[in-house]
Design a binder for this molecule. Sequence first.
Ligand code: NAD
Ligand code: ZN
Length: 355
Amino acid sequence: MFRNFKMISRVVFGRGCFDQLDDILAEKRKDTGSFMVFLVDDVFSASSLRDRVPVKSRDLLILVNVDEEPKTAYVDDLTHNVRDFSNRLPDGVIGIGGGSTMDLAKAISLMLTNPGSSADYQGWDLIKNPAVYHVGIPTLSGTGAEVSRTTVLSGPEKKLGINSDHTVFDQIVLDPELISGAPANQRFYTGMDCYIHCVESLNGKYLNAFSKSYGEKAIELCREVFLDGGPNSDDKLMMASYFGGMSIAYSQVGVCHALSYGLSFVLGVHHGIGNCIAFDYLDEYYPEGVREFRRMMKKQGIELPRNLVADTDNDKLEKMIDVALVLEPLWENALGSDWKRIMTRDRIKELYQRM
Ligand code: NAD
Ligand code: ZN
């Protein structure tokens, strides 16, 4: 069976297009009693961007904190806040921030219309009811969260996305000006998420012309941004993220992402930097990609943290392995249907212990 996947219904792209948000939302506002919920990364609490968010008097603006990447408990809390605010549903949920904030917006828009805890829906196609209208506005580019059909959450048991057609944003606002102020390190780590998505997708067993077309364009843009330099790099990085996300829509990521999820769940390492840490030890699986990645690091003057796992006790290490092994499609994409024989617990442990 081929997946008949849902795509974003509306996309606006261009420098300064954020200022059209008010008009875009006006069409969705139902009546005088209705309201919108804005989730804004608290890094912008005192910024001009916050002042430009088109909040009306009835709307709710929540500054969200992503020092820790989204957890199911945080999603549940925020969902309660929105329910407490009004006895009706909002007309929309708008996430303004990096992948973490966009994922929070996706998750809350889903949980407002689906009962229980967000942890109940970690997995594939478990969501029953359509979400509230939701909008993604990236302030970092690379994750592809703006186009994907998942919201990645850490729950009590596992780090796993809520993957469903309903997760996909109804609207995205791609304004390259919003990513221009990001710190160079963060920009690189998030940008490398896109690069690594492409390497994993283009070297995967699930590769097909659909994924290849998007992946090749995205990786070319990453090269222009991180190796060549030159003008319009924010515009290019924003489109790279979009194409990278589209590439994995019809394929999968691989070894690096599986290992990075374990690092994140147990050690709290963020996704972008965790990918970079893991990828640097994966020459054996992605030789050319890792070589080029190191050239990009050098060119951008990035030093990776080392020896993060060295002092981790055995229980934690075992948990990291468990988390990585849950991601079966990733392993299968990277190593083929026989992957369990190749990627044993011992082998994963060995890789982790180098990091
Ligand atoms: P992020 O959203 O976690 O943000 C990283 C840091 O950068 C935070 O401290 C944030 O406050 C700050 N920040 C964001 N925008 C900024 C800006 N313009 N200027 C200054 N600081 C800024 O980073 P990310 O790498 O974009 O996202 C990673 C998250 O995305 C993880 O939670 C990961 O699980 C998720 N993710 C989701 C998908 C998906 O398809 N849904 C795919 C990949 C990753
Ligand atoms: Zn990723």
